[in-house]
Design a protein. Structure first.
Length: 372
């Protein structure tokens, strides 16, 4: 049974995450006309500067929902065929039989079979997601590296395939979304970043959301602390970072308020059409980067509690920054949370992440936020 928002409960749950080891976090929860926002902890561990609920933040792969919306707008206009092969549009990037077999839909829902380029762009992550054989050195080496999207795509396309086109479970891969960025550029005649900005971000009235061109976050923001499973101790700030390594896959900067507004408008059919939204909510099994099989749609995935409601949304991670946004299927109750520490779990002898008090505290926050 759902209960009205309880500010005292929400503030306590937020503080519990901070006490569990999260330097700082902030959130906004909505239930119809009710609104709560809050923050706990610090934005800078050295100065003690506090986090505030209106801070701008890197939201990682939540970017994928924005990129998907842009592609589906072009599907609606007839310039992109959702089930047409990517080789029809980008034969030079995905040549031969693979280009004929991989459809636009397969890119969006991660069933293309294309490998993740990340281990090839960041050599010390060569075994990712085999965490025991990775290290953080490449993060420092590439803090100011400007990647070109096509060179990253080539790394993913020429790497050993992660699966067969259309096969399930699919394998989550940022290569797919860099290709979608190139597809948008091909059919619109402008950059993917400009198209998404004009037709998704501005269309939704998101004043504090952007796809950054530089390395810095403009406006009030937290530092972004990366621990890389205890290998960076103390965790290091990566809030200044060239995000060309992910572009339209994971480079978005936003606020919790803007994220809630975006997902509210999306589920109301105001970003893409209701029929496109229905396509977004058709899920297939996909193996995530955490090596868990989830149901993944087109830039959206469901988050369900047994016997309870279904929430749609997306999570995201950048170096040192994480975010999660979810909204109930009826569009009434929703939550967006941002945290300023990533990969806080230690690893066991086999390289598997171990439970941490932060995990339990975040799960409790989500329960309070969505159900009271």
């Amino acid at each position: 049974m759902r209960k009205p928002l309880d500010p005292a409960q929400l503030n306590a749950a937020l503080e519990n995450v901070h006490r569990a080891g999260m330097p700082g976090l902030f959130a906004e929860v909505r239930d119809g006309d009710q609104l709560w926002s809050g923050a706990a902890g610090v934005a800078d561990v050295d100065t003690g500067r506090p986090v505030t609920a209106d801070m701008r933040h890197r939201v990682g792969s939540i970017t994928k929902t924005f990129t998907t919306a842009a592609v589906l707008q072009q599907v609606e206009s007839g310039l992109i065929g959702l089930d047409l092969p990517i080789g029809r549009y980008l034969p030079g990037l995905v040549p031969g039989e693979r280009g004929k077999a991989i459809t636009v839909r397969m890119l969006i829902n991660h069933t293309s079979g294309l490998a993740e380029y990340l281990p090839y762009a960041y050599p010390s992550l060569k075994s990712f997601p085999d965490l025991a054989d990775t290290g953080p050195q490449s993060l420092d080496d590439h803090r100011f590296t400007r990647f070109h999207r096509t060179e990253l795509i080539e790394m993913g396309v020429t790497a050993p395939a992660a699966g067969t086109p259309g096969g399930t479970p699919g394998v989550y891969s940022n290569t797919n979304y860099l290709l979608l960025g190139e597809l948008l550029e091909q059919v619109t005649g402008t950059t993917a970043e400009r198209y998404i900005t004009q037709n998704v971000i501005e269309r939704a009235g998101l004043d504090d959301t952007e796809l950054p061109a530089g390395t810095c976050i403009d406006g009030p923001h937290s530092q972004h602390y990366e621990a890389w499973f205890g290998m960076i101790d103390p965790p290091r700030d990566y809030s200044v970072f060239d995000m060309s390594w992910v572009g339209p896959a994971a480079s978005l900067i936003s606020t919790v308020s803007d994220l809630n507004r975006f997902f509210r408008l999306l589920l109301a059919g105001e970003i893409v059409s209701p029929s496109s939204l229905a396509q977004m909510q058709r899920t297939v099994p996909v193996v995530s980067q955490e090596m868990k099989t989830i149901g993944y749609g087109l830039g959206l995935y469901p988050m369900e509690a047994p016997g309870r409601d279904t929430f749609w949304g997306h999570g995201g991670s950048a170096w040192g920054a994480g975010a999660l946004a979810m909204i109930r299927a009826d569009g009434k109750r929703q939550m967006a949370v941002a945290v300023n520490l990533q990969r806080w779990n230690g690893l066991d002898a086999s390289g598997r992440p171990q439970p941490h008090p932060i995990d339990e505290a975040l799960a409790a926050l989500y329960r309070v936020a969505m159900y009271g």
